[in-house]
Design a protein around this ligand. Structure first.
Ligand SMILES: Cc1cc2nc3c(=O)[nH]c(=O)nc-3n(C[C@H](O)[C@H](O)[C@H](O)COP(=O)(O)O)c2cc1C
Length: 161
């Protein structure tokens, strides 16, 4: 697990190669194992978009915010939930770690999620009802290149007492 955490890096250049169907199942398993605030399981939904046409439609609507990845794992959360967005972030990390473990690149996308929420007809097409919004999109695919290494050992301030 530590190696998936250390090896995960934001990937923003993907090949066209589709994500293997068994691997998609593993990403879904990782999503399903995500924690949820107060065990409220009905405030978050995963939408796995494999259809190239639908992926292209989302890229167009979001000004290519998802970098042309062959698989988009969108996470929708209930608008009136205090937990939804927190749940979505935890779930996105689960998906990204599993993607890393399986040899795929991924990235946390907030900008595209915000933009997608401005397209109600597309949300409807994705099966999202009016009481839900897209909180995060995790594009997944084979990385074109190894992202530049960044030493993250001291990225954040740590306070130990
Ligand atoms: C809350 C959040 C929002 C983010 N939104 C975007 C985004 O809209 N587009 C993008 O390309 N990357 C986005 N990222 C990815 C960050 O840019 C990336 O995680 C950061 O630069 C650190 O790099 P690393 O993931 O390789 O450690 C987001 C990450 C987080 C946690």
């Amino acid at each position: 697990m530590l190696s998936a955490i250390q090896n995960r890096q934001a990937v923003r250049k993907f090949t066209n190669a589709p994500v293997n169907s068994n691997d998609i199942d593993e990403l879904i398993n990782a999503f399903q194992a995500s924690p949820c605030g107060m065990h409220q399981t009905d405030v978050m939904k995963g939408i796995v978009i494999e259809s190239p046409d639908l992926c292209a439609e989302i890229e167009k609507a979001t000004n290519n915010a998802c970098y042309g990845a062959p698989l988009l794992f969108a996470i929708a959360t209930k608008k009136d939930s205090n937990f939804g967005e927190h749940d979505a972030s935890a779930a996105a990390e689960n998906i990204m770690l599993q993607a890393t473990e399986l040899g795929y690149g991924s990235v946390y996308i907030m900008s595209g999620a915000i933009e997608l929420n401005n397209h109600p007809s597309l949300l409807k097409k994705l099966g999202i009802s009016n009481d839900f919004q897209i909180s995060v999109i995790v594009p997944v695919g084979k990385s074109v290149e190894q992202p530049a290494h960044e030493d993250r050992a001291n990225r954040y301030q740590i306070i130990r007492k």
